[in-house]
Write a protein that binds this ligand. Structure first.
Ligand code: C2E
Ligand code: CA
Ligand code: CA
Ligand code: CA
Length: 274
């Protein structure tokens, strides 16, 4: 393509430049977003499958950009991870989530932890202080980590996981089945829950591979004594499917989309009378 000359470049280049410019602008805006109070959390219900009981909510971060409106975390979190801003942002998420959850009945709040936070110094102390400040009992906090957090330095990682669990917090392995997922992680690292990525749940109806994968993860969970949550359950059909596969918990639009903190008690009422 290079030899063909400028034609291809000219088609290509302005787009790349535009993309770099917009990413750079976004990065600049992200730097001020915390102080400008442009973030808030929404909460999505998590259900146990055997009893259809509400067990808690996952806290999900939202950024309302002053001119661009809502920007997806899938877009801004990678930028925040690259420049390190995820550390203060993630701390804000954890402290806010704990402060909100303390007023709920006895259910958990699950908070996503970036691999970058996982490798940052003082994580365990920060989590301890967030719980103490909010007055939230540790057993009501669950931390969700993806396997990218586990890739390097497994000794240190195992140590941190043990320290977190020693506080009485639960730890889940998020997005399991995609990326570098390795069964050996499940043996090597002490998790309380595996969350099966929603790409499998969404294709259960048409893909025998997805069925096999969900079934395998669910039975692995049962052997290891670890809960298995199916993510992204949107339909009754998918709900029946994941139940039949042996998953112990679900999260997805079928039971509830993420809602504002002010709507949580209504959501709890609705879901406890099913
Ligand atoms: P995740 O941790 O896997 O969170 C689940 C995502 O799936 C959420 O997207 C949720 O809204 C969406 N979802 C839940 N049920 C359904 C469903 O039935 N159908 C469909 N189509 N989607 C469903 P969201 O809120 O856009 O977050 C995307 C990702 O951004 C999260 O994926 C997580 O990786 C990251 N993220 C969000 N909040 C935080 C945060 O506070 N800290 C960090 N480090 N990452 C976060
Ligand atoms: Ca998650
Ligand atoms: Ca997930
Ligand atoms: Ca995901």
């Amino acid at each position: 393509a290079k030899a063909k000359g400028r034609g291809a470049y000219q088609l290509f280049e302005p787009e790349m430049e535009e993309e770099a410019r917009s990413r750079h602008a976004l990065e600049q805006d992200l730097r001020g977003a915390l102080e400008a109070r442009e973030f808030h959390l929404v909460f999505q219900p998590q259900m146990r499958l055997d009893s259809s009981e509400l067990t808690g909510f996952e806290a999900l971060l939202r950024w309302k950009h002053p001119s661009r409106g809502f920007i997806s975390p899938a877009e801004f979190i990678p930028i925040a991870e690259e420049n390190g801003l995820i550390v203060p942002i993630g701390e804000w998420v954890l402290r806010s989530a704990c402060a909100t959850a303390v007023s709920w009945p006895d259910v958990t709040v699950a908070v996503n932890l970036s691999p970058v936070q996982f490798r940052s110094r003082g994580l365990v102390a920060m989590v301890t202080s967030a719980l103490a400040e909010a007055g939230l009992p540790p057993r009501r906090l669950e931390l969700e980590v993806t396997e990218t957090a586990l890739l390097d330095d497994s000794e240190a990682t195992i140590e941190i996981l043990h320290q977190l669990r020693a506080l009485g917090i639960r730890v889940s392995l998020d997005d399991f089945g995609v990326g570098y997922s390795s069964l050996s992680y499940l043996r090597k690292f002490p998790f309380d829950r595996i969350k099966i990525d929603r790409s499998f749940v969404g294709t259960l109806g048409e893909s025998p591979e997805s069925v096999a994968i969900v079934r395998t993860i669910a039975s692995l969970g049962s052997v290891l004594g670890v809960e298995t949550t199916a993510e992204g359950v949107e339909t009754e059909e998918q709900l029946d499917f994941v139940r039949e596969c042996g998953c112990t918990a679900v999260q997805g639009y079928y039971f509830g989309k993420p809602c504002l903190a002010s709507e949580v008690s209504r959501t709890i009422e609705t879901l406890t009378t099913i």
